[in-house]
Design a protein around this ligand. Structure first.
Ligand code: TRP
Ligand code: SF4
Length: 331
């Protein structure tokens, strides 16, 4: 059976963009493949060492969202990167064959420096981000890696890494992973930009129904609709994009027609969304609340256990790589 692997940095509670983008994709794959999904806590440190104390809480909140939304630990192996030390050993070995210039040319390297500033990114670990990511992936001999477009360059880097190491040791110790880009609905935040924690425009699973209603009421709509009599273009409106996820197709068709001919106002349109979105999320939110209040300790214990399973799997390819590199060695 093919192997799927993906990771998320522990940024804390997940918003609708994370849930209906990446996570829904992970859930769809868990029935078809052998899946490994993990919390990339070391990756979080590469740009956020000053907030290192938040990583534990963020990890727990994120795993609770995973479970409430439908990721199933009976089907997929869930783990925490820092609990599987084999990733670190392979990262170290891979770093010996990685040209520094190549790392400096990875597109996200310059982009992130521009976005986050020198002070957060001027460290050796951040430069090595793609090397650690390569180790995460190839140590499980993953065939497929579900990621967003922003991670494609890292996947290409990983594929080249596999070719280099296999060539150097003259053995096929690792395999080239392929990215799995899924078609997921575009989700805009309340300000009309891409939904993102850093823009402060996101709706969270952990939000209450009242908070959700308030956010949707304040949401940007199609700017063409200054007055109720101005026709709109629903495809460009973030409210309509959410209707596409949370309202049935008949309602979506009706809204599309009545927005285009200006027979519905944005307030009514938003009220329908508030009702449908809260209805659909209610059972998931209740599950989240239950897990958070009653199962937090159990969840932590379980992920520690399943990290041991990941560790056993990771050991196999790490050992064969070491054998190929060193020949007879100390172990
Ligand atoms: N870099 C990924 C992100 O920010 C997280 C990640 C770390 C990852 N290691 C990975 C994703 C391995 C896929 C495979 O989204
Ligand atoms: Fe957006 Fe709905 Fe207003 Fe049309 S009516 S612009 S879809 S909020």
């Amino acid at each position: 059976m093919s192997i799927v692997l993906s990771g998320m940095r522990p940024t804390g509670k997940l918003h609708l963009g994370n849930l209906y983008g990446a996570l829904q994709n992970w859930i769809n794959l868990q029935d078809k493949y052998k899946c490994y999904y993990f919390v990339a806590d070391w990756h979080a440190l590469t740009t956020g060492f000053s907030e290192s104390k938040e990583i534990y809480d963020n990890t727990l909140e994120m795993i609770i969202d995973w479970l409430a939304f439908g990721l199933d630990p009976q089907k997929a192996t869930l783990f925490v990167q820092s609990l599987v030390k084999e990733h670190a050993e392979l990262f170290l070995l891979l770093s010996m064959i990685t040209p520094v210039g190549k790392l400096e040319r990875v597109p996200s390297y310059k982009d992130q420096i521009a976005q986050l500033g020198e002070s957060r990114t001027a460290n050796y670990g951040f430069l090595g981000y793609p090397v650690l990511m390569s180790a995460d992936i190839i140590i499980y001999k993953a065939n497929y890696v579900p990621v967003g477009i922003d991670q494609l360059a890292h996947l290409e880097f990983t594929r080249e890494m596999v070719r280099s190491i296999n060539h150097l040791v003259q053995k096929e110790v690792f395999i080239e992973p392929e990215p799995l880009l899924s078609e997921f609905p575009k989700i805009l935040g309340t300000d009309g930009r891409k939904m993102s924690k850093s823009y402060d425009n996101a709706i969270y699973l952990a939000d209450s129904e009242e908070q959700t209603a308030q956010k949707i009421k304040n949401m940007f709509t199609d700017p063409r609709r200054i007055r109720k009599t101005d026709p709109g273009v629903p495809k460009e409106c973030g409210v309509f994009m959410l209707h596409n996820i949370f309202s049935d197709s008949q309602v979506c068709n009706e809204i599309e027609a009545s927005c285009t001919n200006a027979s519905i106002g944005c307030t009514d349109c938003k009220n329908m969304l508030i009702k449908n979105l809260n209805n659909k999320l209610r059972p998931i939110r209740e599950k989240r609340k239950h897990l958070k209040e009653n199962k937090s300790n159990e969840i932590i214990e379980n992920i520690k256990e399943s990290s041991k399973i990941a560790s056993s799997a990771a050991k196999v390819s790490l050992e064969s790589a070491k054998e190929a590199i060193f020949g007879n060695y100390l172990g």
